[in-house]
Write a protein that binds this ligand. Structure first.
Ligand SMILES: [Zn+2]
Length: 279
């Protein structure tokens, strides 16, 4: 699943490769996928997008937002997006293919599940729209707008106090684009156990957590995303997570204790049993 740093990398690559290109061919749900979510009828996608030009691409949390004329195309986390230069061999399976005038293509395929929502700029009405609106309207976690003051309000809010660090940071879209993937290294760098309750954190730890969110995400971004994800050209990112299924059971490079794994809140958590003590 891509998250904020990968969505930023992808958006930049898209702006460099397809911005200004005119869409000529569109195939939606070419390979039927039960968990590929479209907005309205996918058969209408060619009509909505053909003839439009890609104006701008922006990251929204862990989603990528593509503006093309009066249409918006949102690709959620869980959608693999690849660019193919003119003449390159195209994959035979995909849920959305967008062909351009110069015969280059964007090909989107859904892994387990994912949204490929195309709708007019003025907005759309669907149960899913709240998910997108939240990602769009809240400050992007990697932007300057997401600053110490903003984070302070989130973490000092009454409703945050009884939550654990994982619940606070990576659920309910409190911080769109910060999910269970990047969470592990953020908490490792902050030396906070995922099950530690927010009300157990000192003012100093809260401030440090803010800096660790910023620096960890920036590091992932600068390395082109995590190595478990691929970019627009199918290349793996360069960032190797400190905590992952590959480092479970090994010694923590910081303190020598063992890296552990547990299931918690609908996903795995990883932590060092030595330097991320549960407070
Ligand atoms: Zn450790």
């Amino acid at each position: 699943m891509i998250e904020a740093p990968e969505a930023c990398c992808l958006s930049e690559q898209l702006n460099r490769t397809v911005k200004g290109k005119k869409i000529t061919d569109v195939f939606a749900q070419y390979t039927p996928h039960k968990f590929a979510w479209f907005y309205g009828n996918p058969e209408e996608y060619p009509e909505r997008l053909a003839g439009k030009t890609i104006d701008e691409v922006n990251p929204r949390g862990g989603m990528v937002e593509i503006k093309a004329g009066e249409m918006m195309l949102i690709l959620t986390d869980g959608v693999n997006l690849r660019y193919f230069a003119p003449g390159e061999k195209l994959p035979t399976k995909h849920q959305l293919l967008i062909g351009f005038e110069d015969e280059s293509c964007l090909v989107a395929s859904v892994r387990m599940y994912g949204g490929l929502w195309c709708f007019p700029n003025e907005g759309f009405n669907a149960p899913i729209s709240a998910y997108y609106e939240a990602a769009k309207n809240k400050p992007q976690v990697m932007s300057d707008e997401f600053d110490k003051e903003y984070f302070g309000k989130l973490i000092d809010a009454d409703e945050a106090q009884k939550k654990t660090a994982k619940a606070f940071l990576a659920t309910e879209q409190t911080i769109p684009g910060l999910g269970n993937g990047v969470l592990q290294d953020i908490l490792y760098n902050a030396r906070i156990h995922p099950r530690t309750r927010i009300n157990a954190l000192s003012a100093e730890q809260r401030e440090n957590l803010f800096y660790q969110i910023k620096s960890t995400l920036r590091e992932i971004y600068l390395q082109g995303g995590r190595n478990t994800e691929t970019d627009l050209f199918g290349r793996n990112g360069g960032y190797v997570s400190h905590l992952s299924k590959k480092t479970v059971g090994t010694a923590c490079p910081r303190c020598g204790e063992t890296i552990k794994k547990e299931n918690y809140l609908g996903g795995s958590i990883y932590y060092c049993s030595g330097c991320q003590a549960n407070q």
